[in-house]
Design a protein around this ligand. Structure first.
Ligand SMILES: Nc1ncnc2c1ncn2[C@@H]1O[C@H](COP(=O)(O)OS(=O)(=O)O)[C@@H](OP(=O)(O)O)[C@H]1O
Length: 292
């Protein structure tokens, strides 16, 4: 009976976590007439904790964009890369000819292999890179690992005890390494020209998403379709949430978690360590950001 089918459909939808009518349509296993699965014409390459999920979900509002539901890790994980390009394409949603497919895997930015492999696939691809203050990124990275460890009943350490070893900054700490944007960017610029990589300001995307998204629309040569009415500020979450296809949704609770209060001396050490790297990065990309 139709009622039962409707109820079943609602249950299935909630189980697979589909949000918009658009995703429901494209995530279907049955190919809608006139669609096909396309290799991404654009990839959000990172950075981890930069705001990659927010960027992807906000771009998904656009009628000419379809997005991959999960992080694919094709170019950074050898065990996936060996599966080949058809495996990769099969993970993409169905799309019409006037739509571009986007996937996001934050680990690509810091992966030594990803730039060359992506270039081998499509040398004229357009890349999106979302960055935020490198010190904030380290703290966000630490916070994620902290919660993961708590959830799996593993011991946790204070931020300061990881970041400072024998009185000096532990520059080997992975989270610090990932925030050396100049070091990673250099590898991308060996394979791609600067005008192929659009940098989204992750700090601005949090405070005022629309202008950053409009810049992305222009970079992708798409008509301007994302509107201020697509966003509303959720006081409880403390972040902007999305209104689209008649529904309202915020990002998962793991996005936008409170950060620990960090000792100011340690913060100063981090700011000063990143300062030179940031300056180098600004020169590399001909653009500065208001990072510490
Ligand atoms: N609108 C909105 N809602 C919630 N969160 C938002 C939003 N916009 C940006 N952000 C920021 O995104 C940070 C998580 O970044 P990523 O999605 O790149 O993380 S991950 O690498 O995929 O784990 C996440 O970092 P944390 O605040 O440390 O949780 C957020 O600050």
């Amino acid at each position: 009976a139709p009622v039962e089918n409707g109820a079943l459909l609602e249950t299935l939808k909630s189980q697979v976590g589909l949000f918009s009518n658009k995703s429901e349509h494209y995530s279907a296993q049955v190919r809608p007439p006139g669609t096909s699965r396309q290799i991404p014409q654009t990839i959000i390459i990172g950075v981890r904790k930069g705001g990659t999920r927010a960027l992807l979900e906000m771009l998904d509002i656009h009628p000419n964009i379809v997005v991959a539901a999960t992080e694919v890790h094709f170019f950074d994980w050898d065990e996936n890369y060996v599966k080949g390009i058809d495996w990769y394409r099969n993970l993409m949603p169905f799309s019409y000819g006037n739509q571009i497919t986007i996937e996001k895997t934050p680990g690509y930015f810091t992966s030594p292999q990803a730039p060359g492999r992506i270039h081998d696939m499509n040398s004229s691809i357009k890349l999106l890179l979302i960055l935020r203050d490198p010190t904030e990124r380290v703290i966000s990275d630490y916070t994620q690992v902290y919660y993961n460890r708590v959830e799996s009943h593993k011991p946790v350490q204070l931020f300061e005890d990881i970041v400072i070893k024998n009185g000096v900054l532990n520059t080997k700490y992975k989270a610090i390494q990932r925030s050396l944007y100049d070091v990673h960017m250099e590898k991308w610029l060996k394979h791609f020209s600067l005008d192929q990589i659009h940098i989204v300001d992750g700090n601005t995307l949090i405070k005022d998403p629309l202008p950053e998204l409009q810049k992305v629309e222009r970079f992708l040569n798409l008509p301007s379709r994302i509107m201020s009415s697509n966003f509303y500020f959720n006081q409880t979450k403390g972040f902007y949430c999305i209104r689209s296809d008649g529904r309202e949704r915020c990002l998962h609770e793991s996005k936008g978690r409170p950060h620990p209060l960090v000792n100011t001396t340690v913060l100063e050490q981090l700011y000063s360590y990143f300062r030179e790297h940031n300056a180098k990065f600004y020169r590399m990309v001909n653009h500065s950001f208001d990072w510490h």
